[in-house]
Design a protein around this ligand. Sequence first.
Ligand SMILES: [Ca+2]
Ligand SMILES: [Ca+2]
Length: 532
Amino acid sequence: MNVVVTDTIAMRTTRSLAHNTKPRSIRTRGVVHFGFMQIGVMPIRLMAICRIAIGCILLLAFESATISAAERPNILMIAVDDLNDWVGCLGGHPQAQTPAIDRLAQRGTVMLNAHCQAPLCNPSRASLLTGRRPSSTGIYTLSPGFRSVEALRDLVTLPQYFAQHGYYTFGCGKIHHDGSVPAADREREFTVWGPAPGMPYPPKKFVETPDPIRAMDWGVFPADDREQADWKIADAAIEQWGHLPQDRPFFLSLGFRLPHVPCFASQRWFDLYPLDTLTMPPILENDRDDIPGFAWYLQWKLPEPRWSWLQQANQTRRLVQSYLASISFMDSQVGRVLDALDASGKASNTIVVLWSDHGWHLGEKGITGKNSLWERSTRVPLIFAGPGITPRARCAEPAELLDLYPTLIDLCGLPERTGLEGHTLTPQLRDPTVVREHPAITTHNQGNHTIRTRDWRYIRYADGSEELYDHRSDPNEWTNLANQPQHAARKADLARWLPTTNAAPVPGSASRLLIKSGDTWLWEGTPIVPDR
Ligand SMILES: [Ca+2]
Ligand SMILES: [Ca+2]
């Protein structure tokens, strides 16, 4: 890799030298040429002059490389936690009000068919940041963080790679999964590891969910938006504009917490979605009748309540309303950050990328939350805007969060990096109609994968059972076609993309872990006993 880096910098240096200092470089090149031609017979004094000349060239080259690095585009990366496609420009919910994200979409290209690599915070973020699939690293569960795993400890993350190439990097809020980077290691991750305030909590839980964890809650809180974690995270990012170094580009990352539970927002945001006018997500009764029983194993026991519980507790509309209100509040903070970017005068040379780590079910297939290989769990917002990216564009080609790493490298002209499992989206960001050969792949626990192409979703679980959906006629994935003989060739074609590496869960894997022991499947260490 060092060789590639050196070569590329050398090539760039030569180019910039020729471009930036043309008359002088022509002259110096003449001296060098003469020196090389005459080197065998030239007197010692002439050789000394040649050495000085070569030294001058190298100095100029170094200066040019520095200038070139400083002129690279900046990056503003906005991560969102648990935001599904309920965003105006994605059309996942007809009433979702997200004017700021939509404004960003107008400035750039929306990947309409983008998917996470794992439907869970820690593995999804580990994958995006390291450029490796969960099936390659063995990071499938909420812990451990990849920095605690000996074999993964030194992987160079996306921000680290940019720091290695001269970028000032800053991270605030939730970029890495909370708690996944030991405090002593944080200075390795960003030039500056900024604040990451957590959600505020009311004195008492609003909703007594079956699992009593505090985070599983929703309602009007706090009264003042400025007490919200996302307000403070936006503040921390905005504050950075005044501290950015002027002599090198920046990679500024911020990670919002909402609409991850607890779905809290002030009354103003709830007022956008009156309960009696709320459109409920399309849910088919008995939708799970045609899917393999194994699908339940991936959501065997979760703190997120089942839809049936919400129905009994008369909370379905309230949760939908709270989720939407949280999204709109979070969106308003995206707006504050974009306003600050515009006011900074740096917008024209800054690439903005916005993504969410995975989606969220609100009743589809009987569940709430993530942890599934279906569309509502895997589909995520992914928007790029800035230099080199087509504005007001929509791309229907499949894309993966994994693609972020090589795409940003490509857009900023950094040396290519080997070992990344994503693919650059630059062709699609220049022309949204360019076909992308690779599908999007999502993995949840060892050996469970889904393949999403432009038109199809194929799921293969670890026990061999399957699902197949035709998105042209069935966007809600209601009809499983996997058992229909006429689709055998289609299934085989899609199955070609299944990852061939299925790494075992890393040592210490816990929280949402599904493994097989002998003939028994274990959920978080406890045998699964199917009740149907
Ligand atoms: Ca998440
Ligand atoms: Ca069904």
